[in-house]
Design a protein around this ligand. Structure first.
Ligand code: BV8
Length: 236
């Protein structure tokens, strides 16, 4: 039993890096060979849907390949949710399903999911595990050209913000893992947690943009630092 009752965790691309999934802003990151506005914005999708669908098709193919699986960081967070006597909410900015594969249940994908598509006309969300193509016909309205990845692009509203903000207001521990703290509103969660009196901890490979806002930081790869921190929480 730890001294904390309600724990909110935010993860970013860094927790999936050791599973072989590219991050965005590190060396060889995705934003090195793609312009954000071309592949992660509604304007870019309207301008060249084929380019955007291909960007996500490539990432989906890699995620579903044999080379990618959950790592010790994902597994440790699922263990914390199972063994912690209080509440654990995991908010991920990642669009992969590695937290689910590791067993996390109380989970929010604030920026959407790579394995989901959405009909722009009916907003119906369904699973997709193959390539999405521009002329695919959508099941709900039988039309072509309405389908898009169920991903939150820049300028679009992140998912389940009310639920996240309510959890941040009542949490007594906020942990940020493997994120550069470059993208809002997720990068602002630590300020809300601090304002509500929570302990705030950053576990990351190196300093994030909002590192100064955290009361405690532990540096190192997620597969080492996350299991260590979870054991510390469960044994204190
Ligand atoms: C919104 C799509 C409003 C999914 C993504 C000016 C000031 C403030 C804000 C803004 C501004 N101008 C515009 C904005 C808003 C904008 C924003 O924040 N822009 C930034 C760039 C300034 N935000 C938005 O547009 C958001 N929406 O604000 O809507 C609104 C309000 C009302 C109504 C309508 C709208 C939407 C943001 C979501 C955008 N979508 N991606 C996809 O393709 O995957 S964001 C993209 O970056 C990712 O999704 C990811 O979530 C996000 C953050 O990246 P990270 O996960 O942190 O990854 P990164 O590579 O950056 O860092 C990796 C970290 O891991 C590093 O720190 C590294 O050290 C560490 N690491 C590496 N290896 C390891 C490791 N750590 C541990 N172990 C390792 N092995």
């Amino acid at each position: 039993m730890t001294r904390y009752q309600t724990i909110v965790i935010l993860t970013g691309a860094g927790i999936s890096a050791e599973s072989g999934i590219r991050t965005f802003r590190d060396g060889n990151g995705l934003w090195e060979d793609h312009r954000v506005e071309d592949v992660a914005s509604p304007e870019g999708f309207a301008r060249d849907p084929k380019l955007v669908l291909n960007f996500y098709n490539q990432r989906r193919q890699q995620l579903l390949s044999d080379e990618v699986k959950e790592n010790a960081g994902h597994i440790a967070l699922a263990k914390l949710e199972r063994e912690h006597a209080g509440e654990v909410l995991l908010v991920t900015q990642n669009v992969d399903d590695l937290h689910e594969r590791a067993g996390s249940k109380n989970l929010i994908h604030i920026h959407g999911e790579l394995l989901q598509k959405r009909c722009s006309r009916s907003q119906t969300v369904s699973e997709v595990r193959t390539d999405l193509n521009v002329d695919d016909v959508c099941d709900c309205c039988g039309a072509a050209g309405t389908l898009r990845p169920n991903i939150v692009w820049f300028g679009e509203m992140p998912f389940q913000m009310e639920r996240i903000e309510a959890a941040l207001q009542k949490c007594d521990l906020f942990i940020s893992i493997g994120t550069s703290g470059a993208v809002y509103p997720a990068a602002g969660f630590v300020s809300l947690a601090n304002a509500c009196g929570a302990e705030t901890v950053m576990l990351n490979l190196d300093e994030s943009d909002n590192a100064g806002a955290f009361k405690r930081s532990e540096f190192g790869p997620a597969t080492k630092v996350v299991p260590m921190f979870v054991d510390e929480l469960l044994n204190n």
